[in-house]
Design a protein around this ligand. Structure first.
Ligand code: FES
Length: 575
């Protein structure tokens, strides 16, 4: 864990004084300025609770940020502390070129350094959209400032020509129908108006929902704080409760390093598996653990996956939406259903154990969203880690969202060099491809794209889609949206751009996937791969300046969370 700066002993406005060489003058000057905004001495003498405002016109997932800030402030003021809202970078999936993952570490650095720079006794992190919560947790854990996470909450569902829909699983399904010629221009335009009926994060078990639940499972927010819809009264009340909790930990100085344990990360992994969570969350959790020196390795994940059934019936693995999970009791019911698989002695930000927190909720009513281990949505192994000569450092598949018949499959590779090559050829009538082939897309890893975009959901070639083909084995070194489904192998490590075997696969090579045996292999000898490495030189992806250069020279591979090497905790620096 990284230690705090020399400002730790001071409180409130005395904390982190600007270096003028005269601390009393620095305090005098600070108070002079802030009084210009109408604050009085009584308010300025209180503990300061920051509120990170990630509201942005470009981020409809955070469209309720102003309302939430108002309720958080009410909670903080009722507790006798001083609320101070301030902005950081905000990231939305559809407004982040080239991809939000490229900017996640930048947002984490912004968060960390603002938490170090400002006079904060604690802070409420308002996040929600996919990369925002991971970035905030990474930054706040590195800064080791007392914090509580608050998410903006999921959007409500909409209606498209009589069907209940929600972003973004249905966005992808309807777009695939349009590509296959099953929806016309007028239908897809109607869908475009219906898929996101309110502000808030994606309404299925995508990355945002998964990360919200993991933050709750780690004890970093009120236990009922993950699922309340963005436009509900529940969401506003949770914001107020979060403000009260943040004021409490400000007074008690509860740093994350004082309670965050391996048990918290293990509980998060269990919940990730039980909810059929986003594959992206594996990367984010590894990055967060890398900041505090805890273990979220692929081997740990795979071992737990073999003991943890998928219990939550939400898209894309199941059929419900986040508002259904909230009505069904949310995270509290999931933790109860997992029983002994959850370590209830893990301490939460409130200072109480998870078990004590859970005892305060009633979960005993009939419902059909959170299943029992005796009647799971999918048995153990909803996520699986694959190894083999194509992925010596591991790859991931979300078996729960795959086609069961394809989980053991051997086929001929059809290789796309990069996203531009994919876009140019995937719909060509001349593309030689059959439904039994294996689609391979390379150069979309952390360095290759750069930023490991969510392009791993390679579209079914149009000519096959029109024949009714819905799924094929697809392999890449990239990611896919947590809202997506299919037999998709992701996060292949090492990536092609740094000389992983994926770089040397050619169309026609035979690839074998066996999820049961955890194998991903290409039928090539080590000698053949080495010979190809000599004849197929790697391209450089370093632009040589700015953030792009920093990213290229510092980014780690997927198993290490795609974090920057210099941001990890000391204990993880050399791994
Ligand atoms: Fe923001 Fe899906 S785009 S959560």
């Amino acid at each position: 864990m990284t230690s705090s700066t020399d400002k730790t002993s001071a409180q409130g406005m005395r904390k982190g004084l600007t270096k003028y060489g005269d601390d009393e003058f620095a305090l005098f000057l600070r108070k002079s300025f802030i009084k210009g905004a109408g604050y009085g001495d009584e308010a300025l003498g209180r503990p300061v609770v920051g509120i990170i405002n990630t509201g942005s016109d470009f981020n409809p997932c955070h469209g309720n940020a102003d309302e939430l800030i108002e309720r958080v402030k009410a909670g903080i003021e009722a507790s006798g502390a001083l609320p101070m809202a301030f902005p950081t970078i905000s990231l939305h999936e559809a407004f982040s070129y080239p991809t939000s993952m490229y900017l996640r570490n930048l947002m984490s650095m912004d968060t960390e350094e603002m938490l170090r720079a400002l006079p904060l006794d604690s802070v409420v992190l308002i996040g929600g959209c996919d990369k925002t919560v991971p970035a905030q947790l990474m930054g706040a854990i590195s800064a080791d400032v007392p914090f509580v996470q608050l998410v903006t909450g999921p959007m409500s569902t909409g209606s498209f020509r009589g069907q209940r829909v929600g972003a973004c699983t249905d966005c992808r399904r309807l777009w695939a129908d349009y590509r296959a010629g099953n929806l016309d221009e007028s239908a897809i335009a109607d869908a475009n108006n219906a898929l996101v009926p309110t502000i808030g994060t994606c309404g299925v078990m995508g990355t945002a929902s998964t990360m919200a639940l993991l933050a709750g499972a780690m004890g970093l927010m009120p236990l009922n704080g993950a699922t309340a819809p963005a436009v509900s009264a529940d969401r506003r009340r949770i914001a107020e409760e979060t403000g009260i909790l943040a004021a409490d930990i400000a007074k008690r100085g509860v740093k994350p390093s004082s309670f965050l344990s391996q048990a918290a990360f293990d509980n998060a992994l269990r919940v990730l598996l039980a909810v059929g969570g986003s594959t992206n969350a594996i990367i984010h959790l590894a990055a967060i653990a890398g900041r505090s020196g805890h273990d979220v390795s692929l081997d740990r994940l795979d071992k737990m996956a073999q003991q943890t059934p998928v219990l939550v019936d939400l898209k894309p693995s199941g059929s419900g939406y986040m508002e259904d999970l909230h009505d069904a009791g949310g995270l509290v019911c999931i933790l109860e259903a997992l029983g002994e698989l959850i370590d209830k002695d893990a301490v939460t930000v409130s200072g109480k154990t998870l078990g004590t927190e859970l005892a305060g909720f009633n979960t005993d009513w009939p419902q059909n969203i959170v299943r029992t281990p005796q009647d799971p949505l999918f048995g153990e192994g909803g996520l699986a880690v694959l190894y083999g000569n194509l992925a010596p450092d591991g790859a991931i598949i979300k078996a729960a969202a795959a086609t069961p018949e394809l989980l053991v499959h051997t086929g001929k590779a059809v290789v796309f060099e990069d996203m531009a090559d994919l876009a140019a050829r995937i719909d060509s009538p001349d593309l030689e491809v059959s439904a039994d082939d294996v689609l391979v897309l390379r150069n979309i890893g952390p360095k290759g794209a750069p930023g490991m975009p969510e392009a791993g959901l390679i579209p079914i070639p149009r000519k096959l889609a029109r024949q009714g083909v819905k799924d094929m084995v697809r392999i890449s070194d990239g990611r896919m949206s947590g809202t997506a489904a299919g037999t998709i192998v992701l996060h292949v490590a090492p990536e092609a751009a740094i000389g992983g075997a994926l770089a040397y696969v050619k169309t026609g090579d035979i690839i074998s996937l066996n999820v049961e045996k955890r194998i991903l292999e290409v039928d090539l000898s080590e000698a053949e791969l080495a010979a190809r490495a000599k004849e197929m030189p790697l391209k450089t992806h370093d632009s040589g300046r700015g953030y792009a250069h920093l990213f290229h020279t510092s980014v780690l591979q997927a198993p290490d969370g795609v974090d920057f090497d210099f941001l990890r905790a000391q204990s993880h620096k050399d791994t």
